[in-house]
Design a protein around this ligand. Structure first.
Ligand code: GCB
Length: 599
């Protein structure tokens, strides 16, 4: 668990300098780096942009598919007046593992390719001089790590990943690197939670710091007017006539936390917060006590050139397209996204299902291994995997808990839930994560088509059921689609007959579609067929009151592993990979702009 995952800010007492740009880069296929002193300096290197996945910049396949250790190096100047402060290198994400060296000295390692970590370089730096940071990265997959997969060695000696999931294993320093300085006595974390009372609201907060001085909390409204103030590391800020954060009608206050010593500011941290409550009541998802219906997408951080890297321009475009389509929500399938995504969702009033990269926890996903009916949860990898899974859930919740947009935690995507061995795993992970979120948001996971009300042994654990279903594509496809619809209705009838008392949200459904392929009558892969599949699902969603949301798979076409089911990527996008609309985009624009929030 990280000590502090506060997003870097700049103010009178905190600095944040981005180290993005060109770094030096080198593969280390035979693992000579450590012995040959690469931790100090890379003898041979090419220029590599940061943030970016390295893969798509190369024109030879060995480089694009490279699996193993890779190294990055950058020089940076450290001003003399940073001395006496805490100095850290914050990596917003290195996929999947990293060891950080400064001037040849090992600082720390980190595993988990989609969450930030801070290397404390206070004592390693040379102040008033140029320093060198070297990152030894690794992108291998294993069953002991998230996301799950295997790494094999080909007969020619080259390594290759076999992911138990379809998104491409884009690797490298995928998000920004910050050189941050903080006061020695500082704020390391804070929590917020809300109670509404008539027109007023109480903001309950706690603050953790590294020292003994007290904390002052000040809440300002969107016009910058102070609306409440309190002294103490925990307390309540009473807001009269509170302006609530609502779905697609966001309102943000600014919370400022300040450590003072008499009249001196020791540390200060400000962040936007939204006052709102989230509750699951029977089959309803309630925001501020009102039922909401989710419309939106499963997404990926994926775009041409820089792969999985966070790109503010792409993100801005994605938000405009989501707004135009009438969406009000998305799932961060299948890993926590860059923090700026949540900041944008906070401002635009989107609801986010925040997902940890626990994907591929199923033997069928590794079907080339055989043993389809074997439980994923009884292999020797389970103990180390569980520890990493818990660690990443802990850090995801720690990082994202104060975002008003985050309304649920997804702890896994399509795990094995049909074998007895899955039950103790779920029991343990749900028990261990119960108290991590001060707002006690719903916790859930998505259920694949194997996991039905009849087969799944783990239906007691989630607060909301997330269903991923593919009739019309992976089965009962083409002219058989009417049987697909009938089958899904039968399944829904069984949920209805069970006296279901939790909401169902469809988090995946869709059809691969080659943009520009038209056919009358439709055929699979044509734009017309995609719309027919989505119309079929819409009829089902409109028929069952306990279905409280639809998040189509996927927002945009995305890069996958090569395979006979994928033509240069997963083409279930409503938009193409370069974010142009398929016919289905106009279908959703019409449908979703006509569906009220409390549908
Ligand atoms: C799924 C997975 C998702 C895939 C999708 C598909 O069930 O959760 O990651 O991309 O199916 O299109 O096959």
């Amino acid at each position: 668990m990280e000590q502090s995952l506060l997003y870097p800010v700049v103010n009178a007492v905190r600095t944040d300098q981005k180290l993005d740009g060109l770094w030096r880069f080198s593969f280390d296929a035979v693992g000579v780096g450590p012995q040959e002193g690469w931790a100090k300096h890379l003898p041979k290197a090419v220029d590599m942009p940061v943030p970016a996945s390295f893969n798509d910049f190369f024109t030879d396949k060995d480089a694009r598919e490279y699996t193993g250790d890779f190294w990055y190096e950058k020089k940076f100047f450290v001003p003399a007046d940073y001395q006496g402060r805490f100095v850290g290198l914050r990596f917003d994400a290195v996929t999947h593992r990293a060891t950080i060296y400064v001037d040849g000295v090992k600082i720390r390692s980190h595993e988990g390719g989609f969450l930030p970590f801070v290397a404390d370089v206070t004592d390693a730096l040379h102040y008033g001089e140029e320093n060198t940071v070297v990152v030894q990265g690794n992108n291998e997959l294993s069953r002991e790590a998230l996301p799950a997969g295997d790494t094999i060695t080909l007969k020619n000696g080259k390594k290759m990943v076999r992911p138990f999931f379809d998104f491409y294993n884009y690797s490298g320093i995928n998000r920004s690197v910050h050189l941050i300085t903080l006061p020695v006595e500082r704020i390391t974390d804070y929590t917020t939670d809300f109670t509404l009372a008539g027109a007023d609201a109480d903001v309950h907060y706690t603050v953790t710091t590294t020292g003994d001085h007290d904390v002052v909390a000040v809440l300002r409204d969107a016009d910058g007017q102070v609306v409440a103030e309190n002294t103490g590391k925990q307390g309540t800020l009473h807001v009269t006539d509170a302006h609530l954060w609502n779905v697609r009608a966001a309102y943000l206050y600014t919370l400022t936390l300040r450590i003072t010593n008499d009249t001196t500011i020791v540390d200060e941290y400000s962040a936007e917060i939204g006052i709102r409550t989230i509750k699951i009541v029977g089959t309803e998802i309630q925001v501020n006590g009102q039922s909401v219906y989710l419309k939106g997408f499963g997404r990926h951080e994926d775009s041409p050139f820089a792969g999985r890297a966070f790109d503010l321009n792409v993100e801005k475009k994605d938000f405009s397209l989501m707004q135009w389509s009438g969406a009000n929500s998305f799932r961060t399938s299948h890993y926590p996204y860059d923090e700026q995504v949540y900041q944008m969702a906070d401002r635009e009033g989107f609801l986010v299902i925040d997902e940890v990269p626990a994907v591929g926890f199923k033997m069928a996903a590794a079907s080339f291994l055989g043993g389809l009916n074997q439980s994923f949860f009884k292999g020797p990898w389970i103990k180390p995997l569980h520890a990493k899974h818990l660690d990443q859930i802990t850090d995801m919740i720690k990082r994202d808990k104060n975002h008003p947009s985050v309304f649920a935690w997804s702890l896994l995507n399509e795990p094995d839930t049909v074998t007895e061995e899955s039950v103790p795993y779920f029991k343990q992970i749900f028990a261990e994560t119960k108290d991590l979120d001060p707002q006690s948001r719903p916790r859930t996971f998505s259920l694949s088509e194997d996991d039905t009300i009849e087969t799944s042994k783990d239906l007691d654990f989630p607060d909301i059921y997330l269903l991923n279903r593919y009739p019309g594509w992976y089965h009962y496809a083409g002219y058989q689609i009417s049987d697909g619809e009938a089958g899904l209705r039968e399944e829904m009838d069984k949920w209805a007959a069970s006296g279901i008392n939790k909401p169902i949200v469809f988090t995946e459904f869709g059809a691969d579609t080659e943009a520009g392929l038209h056919k009358l009558p439709s055929v699979m892969w044509s734009e017309e067929y995609q719309v027919e599949v989505l119309e079929m699902f819409s009829r089902i969603f409109d028929s069952y009151p306990f279905i409280k949301g639809e998040q189509v798979w996927n927002f945009a076409d995305f890069q996958t592993v090569e395979g006979n089911m994928r033509v240069n990527g997963n083409k279930k996008g409503i938009f193409t990979r370069d974010r142009q609309p398929k016919a289905a985009a106009f279908f959703y624009h019409k449908r979703w702009t006509n569906i009220p929030l409390d549908y």
